[in-house]
Design a protein around this ligand. Structure first.
Ligand code: GUN
Ligand code: ZN
Length: 426
């Protein structure tokens, strides 16, 4: 039996960075009909009720129905060390991250954290995430198994490292290739799961390992590749010392076959003009992680400039470098960081980044990130008056954007009335 969700509906017919807020499609009494995991119709609620008399009706009143949030860069194994105090990137990795990631060879630990992370994400309205795992194949199995149990569309890969990491977290070039390949063959395309080839970042892979993973990507161009790029100045200087023959950080990846349209480059803050031009030319995706960039002290991503030059950009929490699982807090931080660079992102741009922008960055814009017939039924229902301070502000609103912005800036899981995954309320 189909389900008919009624409320305010919001989706995008185009990119609001290009078309402005008119790219949005808002219906103050709209509906979404879903059946067998897909959206089969959208439009005015009354018309849908008449056209689908047998549908089970879920009337959410004034709440806002949107595509579920898409978190384009997460480290699920770092859920337990979120909000760890006082370090910049390299010290933070060595002090907090690597000891925690070392525990993921234990399948019981990996399963416990994977299930907890996905449940916390769903409570925040995040229906898809793209995650780094650890070097342990068990950590990938744990996340994909938990995602499959929940019907979620999840992308993930084994994080490969063969130097500059503790013994407990190093593989080899050959093991990285063999294990990544085996995991890709086991999981890619199963249910709603996608494998992602995952070299952590240039400093923790030898040239041999980067070359092996570049070779794997050339054998499997259908899968994405994720890594980190130009997050902190100290990291960039380290890459320059490790790869003196490369003109810049991006050229290291390109040299080893790790630059492409399906490439996902986390952070991408301190880019040279050459790197920007090359990323644009290739059509690669840059993943903005604003709470992380503030929390670890990395720098101010140039959202306005990069979008104006036509870069593909997604939005992400970067848990546990990121300090919050909520895509509301992540949009708010993106707003704040853009303000510090002199640009005020419009609520339509923020909402687009958290849904369709991230979906497109992941190469999934034809399946998730929008309310439209044929799309997969991953939705979030948002209360725009979820706390007294938000309610008093949104009650003064004269249009949708003014009603939405207080929730973007101050909302959290209390604003999430319902999360639908694969056509089911969870
Ligand atoms: N660079 C390499 N690894 C990581 C990581 O786990 N988190 C962040 N924020 N940056 C990284
Ligand atoms: Zn990261």
């Amino acid at each position: 039996m189909p389900d008919l969700l009624i409320g305010q509906t919001l989706t995008f017919a185009a990119d609001p960075f290009v078309e402005g807020p008119a790219a949005a499609r808002h219906d103050s009494r709209g509906g979404v009909v879903i059946d067998a995991g897909r959206i089969i119709a959208t439009g005015p609620a009354d018309r849908l009720r008449a056209a689908h008399p047998g549908a089970r009706v879920h009337d959410y009143g004034q709440a806002l129905i949107s595509a579920g949030f898409v978190d384009a860069h997460v480290h699920y194994p770092q859920t337990g060390i979120i909000a760890s105090w006082g370090k910049r990137l390299i010290d933070w990795l060595n002090t907090y991250t690597f000891p925690e990631e070392s525990r993921f060879g234990d399948p019981a630990h990996a399963q416990a954290i994977a299930g907890m992370c996905l449940d916390l994400m769903l409570a925040q309205g995040t229906t898809t995430l793209c995650s780094f795992c650890t070097i342990h194949p068990e950590s990938v199995d744990a996340l994909f198994t938990a995602a499959r149990d929940r019907g979620m569309r999840v992308l993930a890969g084994k994080t490969c490292m063969d130097r500059n990491a503790p013994d407990t977290l190093r593989d080899t070039a050959q093991a990285a290739y063999d294990q990544s390949r085996a995991l890709l063959q086991r999981w890619h395309g199963v249910d709603r799961l996608s494998y992602v080839i995952t070299p952590r970042f240039a400093p923790t892979s030898t040239p041999e390992q980067l070359a092996a993973l570049g070779a794997l990507w050339s054998e499997h161009p259908e899968v994405p590749m994720q890594t980190h790029l130009s997050e902190q100045p100290e990291e960039i200087a380290w890459v320059a010392r490790l790869f003196p023959q490369a003109r810049d950080y991006l050229e290291v990846y390109e040299h080893f076959g790790l630059l492409g349209e399906r490439g996902l480059y986390g952070h991408a803050i301190h880019l040279t003009d050459r790197e920007r031009a090359r990323l644009r030319e290739v059509g690669a995706a840059l993943i903005h992680c604003p709470t992380s960039n503030a929390f670890i002290g990395s720098g101010l991503f140039d959202m306005a400039g990069l979008k104006a030059e036509g870069q593909r950009i997604g939005l992400a929490t970067d848990i546990g470098g990121g300090s919050n699982l909520s895509m509301f807090r992540t949009m708010a931080a993106a707003y704040e960081i853009a303000q510090l660079r002199g640009a005020a992102l419009h609520p339509s741009q923020l909402w687009w980044l958290a849904t369709q922008g991230s979906a497109r960055a992941l190469g999934l814009g034809d399946r998730i990130g929008a309310l439209a017939p044929g799309m997969e039924a991953d939705l979030v229902v948002i209360d725009l008056a979820s706390t007294p301070v938000i309610a008093q502000r949104s009650s003064r609103a004269t249009d949708l954007w003014e009603a939405l912005f207080p929730t973007i800036m101050m909302g959290d899981d209390r604003a999430v009335v319902a999360t639908w995954v694969n056509g089911r309320a969870v």
